[in-house]
Design a protein around this ligand. Sequence first.
Ligand code: CP3
Length: 381
Amino acid sequence: MTLAQTHPLHAHGTHSSRLIRALRGERPETTPVWFMRQAGRSLPEYRALRVGTKMLDSCFDPAMASEITMQPVRRHKTDAGIFFSDIVVPLKAVGVDVRIEPGRGPVFNAPFAAAADIAKLTAIDPAIMDELGEPIWEGVRRTVAMLLEHGGSDGVAATPLIGFAGAPFTLAAYLVEGGPSKDHLGARALMHTDPAAWEALMTWTAEVTGRFLRGQVLAGASAAQLFDSWAGSLSARDYETHVMPASRQALTHVRDLTYVIPADSDGTPATERAVPTIHFGVGTGELLPLMHDIGVDAIGVDYRITLDEAERRLGGGVVLQGNLDPAMLAAPPAVLEAAVADVLQSGKSAPAHIFNLGHGVPPGTDPAVLTRIVELVHAAQ
Ligand code: CP3
């Protein structure tokens, strides 16, 4: 498969953007920066646009999803957009009764905890995602066109769009509990009380979420991030046995998708590369090597360990993304500046570093603080 068939944005230059170069392990002169949850309630323009529209309805509205994705890119001049959607969107797309409650998160009409409920869920053919995801693919296509129009954060390469999906465990943590939970005990128990039902749930979820990710890349996203936000509640042993195979399976859906680095005038021939992948979790300091072993280009690190400690645990040579503590966004400017400098310094232990927070932007954040961080990161040596 060639770039022209699968991946129009790269043809327009995202292969040389700071983000994509960093994901290749190069170290651009300027560190790329974006923020998890950069789109959302911290922005007044987001709050204004969302009035009267439910969260999940906005995700299925291509005009709204693309406009919301662009808002933080325009305002903060980040080095990437992340497509505005949610990890439960693919579940909703294939007909699962799910809603997002403000201040709470995804809630299901009924939990998928018993073997019979799981059998009913997994009877849905994951392949219908490809067709039912059309409003999402259209949202991505529109966003990519808007990003091209917008230009690049460095004034040269186009700004890349990151597509994303929830990892099977994090989705299962919601499905089994029927909503948000503290320690995901229901999901962690199911893998031991009924391993066959657990495996069926994980395999099905991997297929649906993998197709959600693939569709975004085919529609023009330049990189793919897998969010296993709640994997930190697992032991390394359970992660390896009961979770890792499904996360790996989800990513098989983007493994064959490539982009082309054009031939250079110095005689370097054109090269074809796999679409870059990032894997992130919260509280996953004990799982980092396993999370890398599913086969990803970069690891997203939360704020609980430093980037150099993460690099040490990974054995070196792994591109890192992270990891300013979101609590720092409320700190006095001098404290924030020192914390940004610390993260940049610690990131030098990695072959390349993508600056980000250690988790999502809190809704009450002053957006001017995020704009200031982008300036600080771009000005740093
Ligand atoms: O800008 C971006 O980062 C892109 C958009 C994005 C959203 N959700 C939009 C959203 C992304 C990448 C996600 C992923 C997501 N959703 C994760 C993984 C990342 C993480 O934060 O750990 C998880 C666990 C979810 C599930 C979820 N959806 C939660 C916990 C919530 C928050 C509930 C709340 O009100 O605090 C949501 C809703 C959600 N997803 C919002 C946004 C902007 C808030 C909805 C609103 O504006 O009312």
